[in-house]
Design a protein around this ligand. Structure first.
Ligand SMILES: Cc1cc2nc3c(=O)[nH]c(=O)nc-3n(C[C@H](O)[C@H](O)[C@H](O)COP(=O)(O)OP(=O)(O)OC[C@H]3O[C@@H](n4cnc5c(N)ncnc54)[C@H](O)[C@@H]3O)c2cc1C
Length: 386
């Protein structure tokens, strides 16, 4: 059977792969030579995109990118103030949008809505969308990459892994489960997002995009506690949540089902392998603390598109120089964001009072000295820009 010939094959039509397809389509006169291969099956978290329980904090830079791609979801809750605290200790810091001269620090969107907007934009872009079985790279040689999606065979000059899986073996298992749900606050504060560090893991309470006063909850805790919490009635779960979070939003009453996601960090040692390159969660899967995964993945996509701009004009040439440039440019941001989220997810859970106290003091220090707070906040808002 003759293999279908394309310039670029993107494996995985999640947010990162779709954003990359749109960016590349803008840079070529032949968007039909870019193939986006999307599996019909559920994601690695076991949900179809529409029912995915993830609600994502998207930073200012990502919003600008998604708006430029005409893929910004209609429902988005603004984050104007971020309150960071440690349960049972004094340290806390508050980051305000006015500190950075921006109208908002970020927004919260539903994974399903973002996915739907990106999918529609890709359909309008002229990119070749191939839906069906999972896609695989069969091998590569000096002239290209061979791929298969079910019975379909493809030949591409460049293949991009955007399939959300950096490898089967996690570099770190956090022994934490993220419980995801939504809750109504009796004393809502518009535009406020909270990250509360507990000695079992961080608890994020974010404004929910669907309704004012609703909060999106990401509660990271030990597997044992997660199991016990999931066995509770909704009323008892709400009480436990309010007890853990404190009274800053009054009482929290859970509104929907509670989903659970095991947490680990997996870092693909090299994003580049000949004519194949990995971006987004296929390159690195992070702990959700501080909401960095998608933001990092979108920066991967933007940098890769830029690095490939000249190559796309003459795709018969080897893309290696463009890919090496991409890998070099992305390494510092990738390493720093992975290390930062890894540290934040564990530093308050060591059960070593001195370390936890020092971490609390660091939060307090950041609150008192804006010069300490600014670099961390800027990185979390924008990523490392070189
Ligand atoms: C609980 C939780 C909360 C989070 N909160 C935030 C947050 O607030 N902010 C933030 O920035 N990030 C957050 N993240 C991270 C964010 O969800 C991911 O970084 C982001 O979804 C990665 O997008 P992606 O497109 O790379 O991968 P995915 O979203 O995993 O998409 C991959 C796609 O590829 C498809 N696929 C898989 N295998 C194949 C194959 N072989 N062939 C074809 N298609 C395939 C899948 O079906 C899927 O559609 C959170 C993650 C979790 C778990």
């Amino acid at each position: 059977m003759q293999a279908q010939d394309v310039d670029v094959a993107i494996l995985g039509g999640g947010p990162t792969g779709s954003a990359l397809a749109l960016l590349l389509a803008r840079l070529t006169a032949h968007p039909e030579r870019i193939a986006l291969l999307q599996a019909d099956s559920a994601s690695h978290y076991g949900h179809t995109p529409e029912l995915d329980p993830r609600v994502l904090a998207v930073n200012h830079g990502s919003r600008v990118l998604l708006e430029s791609l005409k893929a910004w979801p209609q429902q988005a809750a603004l984050i104007q103030t971020i309150h960071v605290s440690q349960r049972g200790r004094l340290g806390r810091t508050v980051i305000r949008h006015s500190d950075f001269d921006v109208s908002e620090l970020g927004c919260v969107v539903r994974y399903g809505q973002l996915h739907a907007q990106l999918t529609q934009a890709v359909q309008r872009s002229g990119v070749l969308v191939l839906k069906g079985a999972s896609a695989h790279v069969l091998g590569q040689d000096l002239s290209g990459v061979s791929l298969a999606q079910g019975s379909l065979q493809l030949r591409a000059k460049l293949a991009i892994h955007a399939d959300g899986m950096p490898g089967a073996q996690a570099n770190r298992q956090y022994s934490q489960i993220a419980l995801l749900t939504r809750a109504r606050a009796s004393l809502p504060r518009a535009g406020w997002a909270f990250e509360r560090f507990t000695n079992e893991g961080p608890l994020a309470v974010l404004p929910h995009p669907d309704a004012l006063g609703e909060q999106s909850i990401v509660w990271c805790c030990t597997p044992e506690r997660a199991k016990a919490l999931q066995a509770l009635t909704r009323e008892d779960f709400s009480r436990a949540l309010t007890e853990m979070f404190g009274s800053r939003l009054g009482t929290l009453t859970v509104q929907g089902p509670v989903a659970s996601v095991p947490l680990g960090m997996t870092l693909r040692p090299h994003t580049l392998d000949g004519r194949c390159v990995a971006i987004g969660n296929a390159a690195q899967t992070l702990h959700p603390v501080a909401g960095q995964g998608l933001n990092l993945g979108l920066r991967d996509a933007a940098t890769l598109a830029l690095a490939c701009r000249d190559w796309l004009i003459t795709p018969e040439q080897a893309p290696m120089a463009a890919l090496q440039r991409f890998e070099r440019l992305r390494a510092p941001d990738r390493q720093l964001t992975v290390r930062l989220t890894d540290l934040l997810s564990r530093v308050f859970t060591t059960k070593l009072p001195l370390i936890e106290h020092a971490a609390g003091l660091a939060l307090l220090g950041m609150d008192l000295v804006p010069a300490l707070r600014a670099p961390l906040a800027r990185h979390l808002l924008q990523g490392l820009r070189l």
